[in-house]
Design a protein around this ligand. Structure first.
Ligand SMILES: *[C@@H]1O[C@H](CO)[C@@H](O)[C@H](O)[C@H]1NC(C)=O
Ligand SMILES: *[C@@H]1O[C@H](CO)[C@@H](O)[C@H](O)[C@H]1NC(C)=O
Ligand SMILES: *[C@@H]1O[C@H](CO)[C@@H](O)[C@H](O)[C@H]1NC(C)=O
Ligand SMILES: *[C@@H]1O[C@H](CO)[C@@H](O)[C@H](O)[C@H]1NC(C)=O
Ligand SMILES: *[C@@H]1O[C@H](CO)[C@@H](O)[C@H](O)[C@H]1NC(C)=O
Ligand SMILES: *[C@@H]1O[C@H](CO)[C@@H](O)[C@H](O)[C@H]1NC(C)=O
Length: 292
């Protein structure tokens, strides 16, 4: 009845056996076959005694503020982890080997403030990632999901995000659904690239009516297709302004060069004329000399 093969599972046979026989189920949680559900129990900490063969762990609606990496690493078969509505912060550590199988991770309604490459880079099997409703989440690094190539469903709705680099999501080959609504999008010319990608991609954006600009004030509450048109216009006219300055400079240089050329020509003409008249005088003098 035990998954045979690796030395790790052999070394855990005893504990697995205890778990499978239902000897350990965390207090205040309900345990079914391969599933532990601790929803809404006001847990302050990650529960101890989780059966080691658990595939699905639900810790939703508690007050857990820390996921201990070592204890999570014992759960080598974990594929589904639901931690929504807790107090988890940025000290997430998913670098332990066990979570390589994790497919579903829900961290919505927590206290994340930033996502970097190292946050999820070891979760190579991740398909669903929900980090929506983290009001303090203000930054997602450009390559934050570079290692999560199976990611299909990503939700960053209702956070404090103002900007997302296009490459963060564009390079995810399996992405089908991306939640972006109710964020504080800063619609400047850098963001135009992202909006253009949105318009052209096959990804589904749920609740699209609520994907709007927050700043600048002139574009507030504008939805993305409308924002694209506006930005396209203003970012292009900005280019035109630069062009005008450039053209003006070129014109001025040509004018300057022309003036210089005319001045030089004038100077040359004057020099030539004085020289020529001197020559004539000399010739006349010579003529007078020969006559006498
Ligand atoms: C977990 O338990 C809660 C309440 O105890 C219940 O509402 C929820 O449906 C359960 N979840 C699953 C996946 O069984
Ligand atoms: C859990 O957190 C909520 C909101 O932060 C708070 O109202 C509640 O009292 C906390 N519960 C416990 C048992 O600490
Ligand atoms: C959320 O995280 C910030 C730091 O990023 C911290 O100051 C704040 O106390 C945290 N809030 C809760 C409810 O844990
Ligand atoms: C990213 O994925 C590669 C393999 O796809 C792996 O070798 C590397 O260790 C991963 N990086 C991190 C930080 O986990
Ligand atoms: C646009 O805004 C983002 C974030 O607010 C900033 O990083 C970027 O430099 C801005 N781009 C321009 C062209 O102002
Ligand atoms: C969309 O935004 C409006 C106004 O902010 C809000 O009332 C509504 O609940 C939002 N819709 C969804 C589905 O979040």
């Amino acid at each position: 009845m035990f998954p045979s093969g690796s030395p790790r599972s052999l070394s855990l046979v005893f504990l697995l056996g205890m778990a499978s026989q239902g000897i350990s189920c965390p207090s205040r949680c309900s345990c079914q076959y391969l599933e532990v559900n601790c929803t809404g129990q006001q847990l302050q900490e990650f529960p101890v005694d989780i059966p080691l063969d658990t595939r699905q762990l639900i810790l939703a609606a508690n007050n857990v503020s820390y996921l201990p990496p070592v204890e999570l690493s014992f759960l080598a078969d974990l594929v589904y982890l639901d931690c929504r509505k807790n107090l988890l912060g940025d000290d997430l550590d998913f670098t332990f080997i066990g979570v390589a199988r994790l497919v579903y991770l829900d961290l919505s309604f927590n206290n994340l403030s930033q996502v970097t490459f190292s946050t999820f880079s070891h979760l190579l099997s991740l398909v669903v990632l929900k980090i929506s409703d983290n009001p303090n989440l203000v930054a997602i690094e450009k390559d934050a999901f570079a290692n999560n190539t199976w990611l299909r469903h990503l939700d960053v709705s209702r956070t404090g995000l103002t900007f997302l680099d296009t490459s963060t999501v564009r390079d995810l080959p399996n992405l089908r659904l991306l939640g972006l609504s109710d964020n504080l999008w800063h619609c400047n010319c850098s963001f135009l690239d992202f909006i253009t990608w949105m318009m052209e991609s096959d990804v589904h954006f749920p609740d699209a009516d609520n994907i709007t600009c927050y700043t600048p004030a002139g574009l507030r509450a504008l939805r993305m297709p409308a924002a694209e048109a506006q930005l396209h216009f203003s970012c292009l006219t900005q280019l035109h302004k630069q062009d005008y300055v450039f053209l003006g400079l070129v014109g001025f240089c040509i004018f300057l060069a022309g003036t210089m050329a005319a001045w030089l020509a004038g100077v040359c003409a004057v020099i030539y004329e004085t020289h020529a008249s001197k020559g004539e005088e000399e010739e006349e003098e010579e003529e007078e000399d020969t006559a006498t």
